[in-house]
Write a protein that binds this ligand. Structure first.
Ligand code: 2AM
Ligand code: CA
Ligand code: CA
Ligand code: CA
Length: 281
């Protein structure tokens, strides 16, 4: 899976083409944001670039697959209940595309160069294609269920670290300050002491791509949505890693409290979060 399949009509090719085109446009808009809107809170940002990129991706997908369903972050009303209702409704779809047009909007707005486009395709509720594109580094991550995962055509493989103590993990501070932030802070407190170090880059999808590529040994965050995670979860699994909720149940589209690792540190990480009461479950 690489650039030379663009133009054919496989779902993977359409996902790659859409993510690349949207990503290039997003990059071209970096530093130009004049109007900033918020959703649920002053921390929950949205721009015309988020909306424009989602429309661009929707149009490209529907050109090739007019009868497929699409769940995009900017297409549902803000709020956890809304996203869960949309997901439940969408679970009746045969083919469902799950789009995060800009994952890392806060970074995009502030010029911190760590954001991406995330596009997944689920067949009967199971993710079968995952594409993440980082337009700043021009890195394209592609996974197909049962066929492995790649960054620009080179197979990705999770890291070898077998213990938290020599692992670097990513964590997140997503802006739900009532429920998720206190929970994430408990986990961050524990992991800061038990790991080699932790990072919080501000893009759930890119963190997952980095776990897949062995650049991080794991990622933990409570309070995510399907579009943050769907593509990245497949990338991690197809790279030999493990993805569960914070109770250790296998990943599915409704999982909001996520643990993704190289597999080797998974149980140690789950136990550490449970001991810190940082699971949200
Ligand atoms: P976004 O940039 O697409 O909004 C950072 O920890 C992660 O939190 C990002 O992937 C970010 O995605 C996500 N995020 C932003 N707002 C959120 C919200 N209100 N609830 C849950 N996650 C959110
Ligand atoms: Ca958002
Ligand atoms: Ca997101
Ligand atoms: Ca987004």
């Amino acid at each position: 899976p690489n650039d030379n399949v663009v133009g054919s009509k496989s779902p993977t090719a359409v996902a790659i083409n859409s993510a690349s085109k949207a990503g290039e446009w997003i990059k071209s808009r970096l530093g130009t944001i004049k109007q900033l809107d918020t959703k649920l809170s002053p921390q929950d940002l949205v721009t015309d670039v988020d909306k424009g990129a989602e429309l661009m991706i929707r149009k490209l997908i529907l050109t090739h697959f007019p009868d497929h369903d699409i769940l995009g972050e900017e297409g549902v009303p803000p709020g956890a209940a809304a996203s869960e209702a949309a997901l439940a409704k969408a679970s009746t779809s045969e083919y469902l595309w799950i789009i995060d047009p800009v994952d890392g909007t806060t970074n995009f707005v502030h010029g911190f160069p760590f954001f991406c486009v995330s596009i997944a395709l689920a067949y009967r509720g199971e993710v079968v294609v995952g594409v993440i594109y980082d337009p700043i580094r021009d890195e394209l991550f592609v996974a197909e269920k049962g066929k492995g995962a790649y960054v620009h055509g080179n197979p990705t493989l999770v890291s070898e670290d077998a213990e938290l103590s020599n692992s670097v993990l990513a964590v997140g501070f997503n802006p739900d300050r009532e429920f998720a932030l206190p929970m994430n802070m408990k986990g961050i407190n524990a992991l800061a002491l038990e790991t080699r170090s932790i990072r919080a880059g501000g893009s759930a999808a890119l963190h997952l791509a980095y776990v897949a590529a062995g650049r991080l040994s794991g990622y933990y965050e409570v309070g995510l949505n399907a579009w943050d995670v769907a593509a990245g979860a497949l990338l991690v699994k197809e790279s030999g890693g493990t993805v569960t909720d914070t109770a250790g149940n296998p990943y599915h589209l409704g999982v909001r409290h996520l643990v993704a690792t190289n597999g080797k540190i998974h149980n140690e990480l789950l136990q550490s979060l449970a001991a810190a009461e940082a699971t949200g479950i």
